[in-house]
Ligand binder design. Sequence first.
Ligand code: TXA
Ligand code: MG
Length: 318
Amino acid sequence: MAEISQNIEKAIELINNNELVAIPTETVYGLAGKSISEDAILKIFTVKNRPKFNPLILHFANLEKAKEYVEFIPDLAYKLAEKFVPGPLTFLLKKNKNVPDLVTAGSDSVAIRIPNHKLTLYLLDSLDFPLCAPSANPFGYVSPTNPNHVNNQLGDKIKLILDGGECNIGIESTIISLINKPIIYRKGGISVEQIEEIIGKVAIHKFIDENPVSPGNLKSHYSPKITSLIGNIDKIGLEFQNKSIGILNFNKINPNFDSKYQLVLAKDNSLNTAAKNLFNYLRQLDSMPIEIILLEEVPNYGLGISINDRLKRAAKNN
Ligand code: TXA
Ligand code: MG
């Protein structure tokens, strides 16, 4: 198993030696490696069992530092950054030659993010290069939101997990391309409404990695091992009366089913709470002695749109 600690010095040493370290962010834990080392980048793909057509996000301590890796930073990025950086927003910008092709899977755009977590910002500030960091889960599985999640799945493949506690947001960053007209490529921790308040109407790209031009957002992703279904819980439940059922509810237990295998995302009715609990509860349900997981959609506005996106990707029947 990996060491779980706040040993930043050790993290710096490992990363400089092309080893990987799991790092906390406000969204989910990342599997970080030296972005300018082909050796380290290849390790990321191997440890995650991730296809190489799926590009990686570069993480920086601040937006100014990203200048060295992109053609230029457009005004819209600065405008959004004023409000949301550091935070759960990733910019797709035109890359320059300092970004290895392996990072972007050959694309001429690169994803740039400044995470909002003290420990990781300190780490990034101590390095002279950005960190590549996909979510620290095996490819296709639910993202990790605490050090134990990482240790359970990748603990025998890495040496160190920096302990930053539970992730505050709990859902990955929103990805917005600012290369031409702004387009949202992944719904995430900053809602579409929040972005539109700053820069006006934006387009939304659906299921980007079904399209080979823009890999990433696979339709089936974030999936528990146990068959998960989304929709009208009472109706689907009727079809599976002879199976043991687990339920992920929004704000209350469903009285029509045994309460033993039910979890409630947000007893306080808050979408922030629901996002924070989402991946943890999906993992908990996935370890229960049940045959089916039923997923209830949350109210479809603000962060709820991003949560429903993840629930639908977790489900087999979407
Ligand atoms: O919140 C987050 O963004 C977390 C934390 C660790 O920072 N990271 C994360 O990385 O979610 P990952 O690799 O699990 O998801 C990144 C997504 C992928 O779907 C990838 O295809 C897409 O971003 N992506 C990265 N670079 C891209 C590029 N140049 N063009 C299009 N999509 C890109
Ligand atoms: Mg991921």
